[in-house]
Structures are given as C-alpha cells and as structure tokens.
Design a protein around this ligand. Structure first.
Ligand SMILES: [Zn+2]
Length: 397
C-alpha cells in the first residue's frame, strides 16, 4: 500500500497534474423577445398585426418553460403591447446575463403564395430574400427617437449598410445554429409547418446580444392560410410549444455535453510565456498565454512579426473551444501557429496570432479557416481580457 502511495506521488510529480473541479454549466436564464409592439405593429396581414401574434406566442412559450423547467428564469422584453427599442431588447438580455435569447417574429412579403417557418441566426445574408427580412425587422429603429446616435447612423433600408455585418463572427454562432435547427425541427415535425430552414442575416437585435441568439419567423402573414393558422389559438399554442420543446432539447443536450465532472488538466505553465506583470495566482487557468510551437514542416512563421505583448488592444483568431485544457502540441493543432488559450464561461478557448491591426487579424482568420477551422473568427482583447468587437472598434477609433 505504502509503495502504491509513493508511486502515485512520483507520478504526480512527473506530470504535475492539476485537477480543476468545474461545476456543470447550466442554462438558467432565457430572454424571450416578442417582436415589435406599441406604435410599431410589425408586419401586417389582412386580418392581423405581427405585434399581437408575437406577444401571444412569446408569453405562451414562457409559460410552458416555467411550468416544465422550473430551474429556468424566464424574462420577457415586453409582456404587454408597448414599444421597446431594439437596442433595449438586447440590453435586457445582456444585463440579465441571459444564457439564451429568442426573438419571435412573423414575416410578410408581396408574393402571397410564399409561406413557411424559418429561423435566423446573426450572420452575413446569403440571399436577397434574407436581406429583405433583416431590412424589414431592422426598420423598427426608424420609429426610435435616438436611432442615429444609438446605431451610428445605420440606415436599415440601405443595402451597403449591411456590409458592416460581413465581418461579424460570434463564439456563440454554432450554439445559435444548433438551437435554430432544434426550432425548425419542431416547427416541421410537430406543427407541420413548411421548413424554410435555418438562415442568417444582419439583425440589429441579434448583433448586440452576447449569448446564443436566434430570431424566429413563425410564418407569413401575407399568406391567407398561414395568417389564419397564426391567428388561431391552437396555431399560436402549437408554435409556442415548438419553441419551448426546442429550447428544452437544446438545454438538455448542452447540459449533457457540459456535465459536471472534474477536469483533469495537465499543467502547461512551463510552455507559456511569462507576461509583463506577475500573476496573482499562477494556478488559475483564466490567463491568456501565447506560444509558438515548432513547425514540423519547417515553413516560415509569418505571424511572428505581428505578435505583440498582451497589453492594450489586440486581435486574435479564435478557432477552437474545448472543455479540457489541451496541449499545444495536440495533433488537432498541427497546422496552427502561435497558439494561445484563455478560459471563459467554463471552456478553454484556443486562439492563434496576436495583432494590433484588425486587417492583419482578418487575413490570419482566412489562413486558419483554410487550415480546417472553418468557424474561426477574430476576437478582441484589452489588457488580456476578452472584449466585444463593438467595444474594440470604439477603442480603436
Ligand atoms: Zn418582426
């Protein structure tokens, strides 16, 4: 027995293994956003106003969540017929530290034969039709008093204005898509709606939220049959059940994937470059580290020139997230240069490069995407702390 203890002690010394006990990550708060309201009716059908249908479906969705998932806090951006600015809707979610944001809307187009349900995530529009949906929904800001200063002169009806969104990338995009897919699955399988699938476009309300976020288009009020369905009590209840079930399934899967288990993490202190300022506690994994691994192919490391110290504003390309801390020599990272890692929301996030110039970071993003990490995106850091791209752009002005 004694020998075993000694052996264990020696093994520990050899591997310098640190155990970080991590609580399971749970989805605790959802913000449900009923589109439009008050002086903004939203899309108009022959017999309907979008704002009334979205409110009914939002409130019912929240009711189902409260009844069946009592551990979840439900917050509505509005619970009555009132006008709420788009930026305020996102702020409600951010201030509540919400885990999920769902905005509920209805569509309308001049062609009254078009029908079906679709769910959007924030991103670059891939079709004119998707751009038109974003324009229609963003037009709500034209009714706001301080839209010019609040949105930096953004014109929701101008196509060139949407180029600003092409750079947008979010670490929550995959989760948003996964939730959106779950919603579409419910709409089609349970409610028998026509599947217009998961889409992306530049929605201001999604642009500003800092959590997995989706915008649901329940159907087309311009189509008489679909309008009648969405106006009916059973139709609204069906759609609310679908959104609730999609959220429940997403929550179950997410929490299963992030179940509470102690993480065994090999201590890589020796591989990390020392930063200018001494750390308060060397063992906390929430510090950012940079390291240039040896390149097995011997190709020149072009990114070395752009590597900066962690002070001030820098951009890095985030390309991988994992619940465990991986060695920078992991074979997954074989083609990646100048790797860094930081710990955020219970996950280790892996970055490549470090640039003071956003253009260089964007160019590096293409390199990393070509290396197989197709969801890689540019993330901003100030003095080693992750900040939003919006904050970074303000700072760099
Ligand atoms: Zn709408």
């Amino acid at each position: 027995m004694f020998q075993r203890i000694i052996l264990l002690f020696v093994v520990c010394l050899l591997f310098e293994t640190t155990v970080y006990s991590q609580k399971g990550i749970k989805i605790r708060t959802i913000v449900i956003d009923a589109g439009h309201g008050g002086k903004d009716p939203g899309a108009l059908g022959k017999n309907s106003k979008e704002k009334n249908i979205t409110l009914d479906v939002a409130l019912q969705t929240g009711k189902f969540i409260k009844q069946n998932l009592p551990d979840v806090r439900v917050i509505y951006t509005r619970s009555k017929d009132e006008f709420i600015e788009l930026h305020r809707r996102a702020a409600i979610a951010n201030e509540a530290n919400a885990d999920i944001f769902i905005s509920i809307h209805c569509n309308a187009v001049p062609n009254n034969t078009v029908y079906g349900a679709e769910t959007f995530v924030m991103g670059e529009h891939k079709s004119e039709a998707n751009l038109e949906v974003a324009k229609l929904e963003n037009a709500a800001i034209l009714l706001e008093d301080n839209a010019d200063s609040e949105y930096g002169g953004f014109d929701p009806n101008s196509t060139p204005a949407y180029i600003a969104f092409t750079l947008y990338q979010s670490e929550y995009k995959q989760q948003s898509i996964s939730l959106a897919q779950s919603v579409q699955e419910q709409f089609t399988k349970r409610a028998g709606r026509k599947d217009r699938s998961v889409q992306q476009a530049g929605f201001l309300v999604l642009y500003r939220t800092a959590m997995p976020s989706i915008l649901v288009e329940l159907g087309f009020l311009s189509n008489l049959k679909e309008e009648a369905f969405l106006l009916s009590e059973s139709g609204k209840t069906f759609m609310a059940q679908c959104v609730y079930r999609a959220f429940r399934d997403f929550k179950t899967n997410f929490e299963r994937d992030n179940a509470s288990a102690p993480l065994v993490v090999s201590d890589e202190k020796t591989e990390m470059k020392k930063e200018d300022t001494p750390k308060k506690d060397e063992k906390k994994p929430d510090e950012i580290a940079n390291q240039t691994p040896k390149d097995p192919l011997g190709k020149p490391d072009q990114s070395k020139e752009s590597v900066t110290s962690e002070k001030g504003l820098v951009y890095k390309v985030q390309f991988y997230t994992h619940p465990n801390k991986l060695s920078f020599k992991d074979k997954r990272f074989a083609n990646i240069e100048t790797i860094g890692v930081y710990f955020h929301n219970g996950l280790y996030k892996y970055t490549s490069g470090s640039f003071t110039d956003l253009n260089k970071a964007t160019a590096h993003q293409s390199v990393i995407r070509k290396a197989g990490f197709t969801d890689a995106f540019v993330a901003a850091f100030r003095n080693g702390e992750r900040i939003s791209m919006e904050e970074a752009l303000k700072l760099s002005r």
